[in-house]
Design a protein around this ligand. Structure first.
Ligand SMILES: NC(=O)c1ccc[n+]([C@@H]2O[C@H](COP(=O)([O-])OP(=O)(O)OC[C@H]3O[C@@H](n4cnc5c(N)ncnc54)[C@H](O)[C@@H]3O)[C@@H](O)[C@H]2O)c1
Ligand SMILES: CC(C)(O)[C@@H](O)C(=O)O
Ligand SMILES: [Mg+2]
Ligand SMILES: [Mg+2]
Length: 325
């Protein structure tokens, strides 16, 4: 079994007296910066002028242009979008002090060789296995989300201790931290989000909803069934495991689920999963994404799902479910 680091075996000491610059105050940057500061660490933010810069200022950080933040820090969390990291790298590299630690939340740009930091800095990763919102929300509840840590290069002799300390500072050791490699994190993260977390879930729910609506059932009833309750069933799986979930639904649901689910999500689907997973490992997905990033428009792709009827139904229902009391 993998070694899982928990809170009481990891110390924040390797970061004491060090200044941490969080570069990019977005989905991960904001959550990690706030958690690290609440953990008592010295955190500044590097951001370009704009809404993230203003938000970081409003939330009480000293905010600097990216290059200046890097030059003032010992530990740099490089939390710009993966495709933006190579574009801004020149400004970071020019300001990176020897003996500093460069930390990523995903191994993408290092693993695929899109940026190549100089030999005199540590290259580490603390990759939360969660969306940024959960990184912050769980921390505020006194819990954390799991994370993976990895050391790609140890220039200081302290790289792993600093990475683990960062993981503790964001609250991840409260939930468990596993050591990995940049390769394993990058590939599993991309495969997981494509097949299961983002792509798979979205399509499973949407196609289930479409099936019900095409059979003439009310869209709102289909939404409760295929989307809203999916979260509640997932909570049971999350908390109690597959068998524990089965024990908490009716015997009829148990029988139907066990005998029909694997006929729909069958070996053919699994074969396709493997095909797309292999495209990640071979680098083909990354090649396609780099080309699309230059030539395509992600907003256009978002339109297909944004304009889907399930979203129209969902907006009405969410207004009721999430209205302020
Ligand atoms: N989003 C998540 O929940 C999540 C989860 C795990 C890991 N990650 C990883 O975290 C890293 C950051 O991703 P994110 O989703 O938090 O990013 P994001 O899309 O929230 O953007 C981060 C920040 O980058 C800034 N930015 C964008 N383009 C810029 C440019 N050209 N120059 C300067 N600043 C620019 C934005 O203003 C924003 O503040 C990535 O490596 C990603 O894979 C993200
Ligand atoms: C939150 C995810 C999907 O786990 C992350 O990997 C991302 O890329 O945003
Ligand atoms: Mg990802
Ligand atoms: Mg992920």
């Amino acid at each position: 079994m993998a070694k899982i680091y928990t809170d009481n075996e990891v110390s924040l000491d390797p970061l004491k007296g060090k200044r941490i610059a969080v570069v990019g105050y977005g989905i991960q940057g904001r959550a990690q910066a706030l958690n690290l500061r609440d953990s008592g660490l010295d955190v500044i933010v590097g951001a370009r002028k704009g809404s993230s810069y203003d938000l970081a200022k409003r939330e009480g950080f000293d905010v600097f242009p990216i290059g200046e933040a890097v030059s003032r820090a010992d530990v740099i969390l490089y939390l710009l979008p993966d495709m933006v990291q190579p574009e801004v790298w020149g400004e970071v590299e020019r300001n990176l002090r020897d003996g500093s630690t460069l930390d990523f939340a995903h191994g993408f740009t290092i693993h695929y060789g899109l940026i190549r930091p100089k030999e005199t800095v540590d290259i580490v990763m603390v990759a939360p296995k969660a969306p940024g919102a959960a990184v912050r929300e769980e921390f505020l509840r006194g819990r954390g989300v799991p994370a993976l840590v990895a050391v790609h290069r140890d220039a200081t002799g302290e790289a792993k201790a600093r990475a683990l300390a960062l993981a503790k500072g964001i609250g991840a050791t409260r939930a468990g931290v596993i050591e990995t490699t940049f390769k394993e994190e990058t590939e599993t993260d991309l495969i997981g989000e494509q097949l299961v977390l983002v792509g798979g879930l979205m399509e499973l729910i949407t196609k289930g909803w479409e099936t019900l609506v095409e059979m003439g059932y009310q869209p709102e009833v289909a939404y409760f069934e295929a989307l809203n309750e999916a979260k509640l069933i997932m909570d049971l799986i999350w908390r109690y495991g597959m068998k524990g979930m089965l024990e908490r639904v009716s015997v009829t649901a148990r029988y139907g689920g066990l005998t029909v689910g694997n006929k729909v999500i069958d070996e053919e689907v699994k074969r396709k999963m493997r095909t797309y997973a292999e495209r990640v490992v071979s680098g083909e997905f990354t090649k396609e994404w780099l080309k699309f990033y230059k030539e395509g428009n992600i907003e256009e792709l978002m339109k297909r799902i944004g304009e889907h009827k399930i979203e129209e139904t969902g907006r009405k229902i969410r207004e009721i479910i999430f209205r302020e009391p």
